[in-house]
Write a protein that binds this ligand. Structure first.
Ligand code: CP
Length: 336
């Protein structure tokens, strides 16, 4: 595939211009059409992608690995325990070596205060494109799939589309801030009006919020915040209820120096907001054609009720998940 994006890292959509992202979506839609009609798309024959996962994954791992196979290449599914990383080999050395052996490196490292730095170090030293499979700050592949799904359902009518990104209760683990942060940075660049709802102890990172406001100004969308979930659901055309940890409540340095105490406090704060759920009552506050999106995995019965998640008139979460494949293939085909 001829592309002027060959070699470009993909750590955040913010490093990509609107024109470049438009090309990504155009390619993703083309790849989706060809996938449906089973037309081969061998754009990366015999090429190798090294994937290093520090955490679990279903959608990201399989969209990348299946994507590489469908593009004619191969993805190595690596975890830190299979590599000398577990004995302390640096991101720099790992990136230099893998980029000499293959054509791309992708990694998920969501450790707070560590993940994005780790990926940035890899990108600094790799001679091949480095892709973020999610870190503590960004989840760029998720952002692309989300926006592709919005394009599919709302076509060109997304100027001032009302999208609500709401914190929701979950009792699984402290999820990273990277999904909502990616959404508030990306959606307003396409003219979308984003409302973010979260309890006061679960804010997003201040620098990201500031950047999102600047993106909104440049892109014709907007970003506003509330601490009341019901308020954010009123007239929303898309709702995205999702849990995230209370990391943004602390200065990074304070969190890293007092991790155990901060995590303990986060758990106490979490229990105050069990009623932050996307249920039928809240859906009724939204637009009568409202769509539910969620990066998945969803914490059923906590973040969102089964009744809403399984309602085909409302829920578009499985289209969103499938679009992880087409957007992943697009980025790999254009950059590798
Ligand atoms: N949405 C998402 O990134 O899913 P996985 O954690 O399963 O990859």
């Amino acid at each position: 595939m001829v592309s002027n994006l060959k070699g470009k890292h993909f750590l955040t959509c913010d490093d990509w211009t609107r024109e470049e992202l438009d090309k990504v979506f155009e390619t993703a839609f083309d790849l989706k059409g060809k996938f449906v009609e089973e037309t081969p798309t061998l754009y990366l024959p015999h090429k190798t992608l090294f994937m290093i996962f520090f955490e679990q994954s279903t959608r990201t791992r399989n969209s990348m690995e299946a994507g590489m196979t469908q593009l004619g290449g191969h993805a190595h599914d690596l975890t830190a325990d299979k590599m000398q990383l577990s004995h302390g080999e640096s991101a720099k050395d790992t990136a230099i070596i893998l980029s000499r052996m293959g054509h791309g490196i992708a990694s998920r490292n969501c450790f707070y205060g560590i993940g994005n730095k780790y990926l940035s170090e890899m990108a600094e030293y790799s001679t091949k494109p480095v892709m973020s499979l999610q870190d503590d700050v960004y989840h760029p592949f998720q952002g692309l799939a989300d926006l592709m799904t919005i394009f599919e359902y709302f076509r060109k009518e997304i100027q001032n589309l009302k999208v609500t990104v709401s914190w929701a209760y979950a009792d699984t683990h402290s999820k990273p801030l990277s999904v909502p942060q990616t959404q508030i940075l990306l959606f307003p660049r396409y003219g979308i009006d984003v409302t973010v709802a979260h309890p006061k102890e679960f804010p997003l990172n201040k620098d990201i919020v500031e950047k999102a406001r600047m993106n909104a100004k440049a892109g014709g969308g907007s970003v506003k915040f509330t601490n009341i979930m019901d308020e954010a659901f009123e007239d929303a055309q898309v709702v995205i209820p999702k849990n995230w940890g209370g990391f943004g409540n602390y200065r990074m340095k304070d969190y890293l120096e007092n991790e155990e105490a901060c995590n303990k406090e986060m758990k106490v704060n979490l229990e105050k907001y069990r009623d932050w759920i996307c249920d039928e009552r809240r859906i009724k506050l939204a637009d009568d054609k409202v769509k539910l999106m969620h990066a998945l995995p969803a914490d059923r019965g906590h973040e969102v009720t089964d009744e809403i998640l399984d309602n085909p008139e409302i829920s578009i979460v499985f289209d969103e998940a499938e679009n992880r494949l087409h957007t992943a293939k697009s980025i790999m085909a254009l950059t590798m």
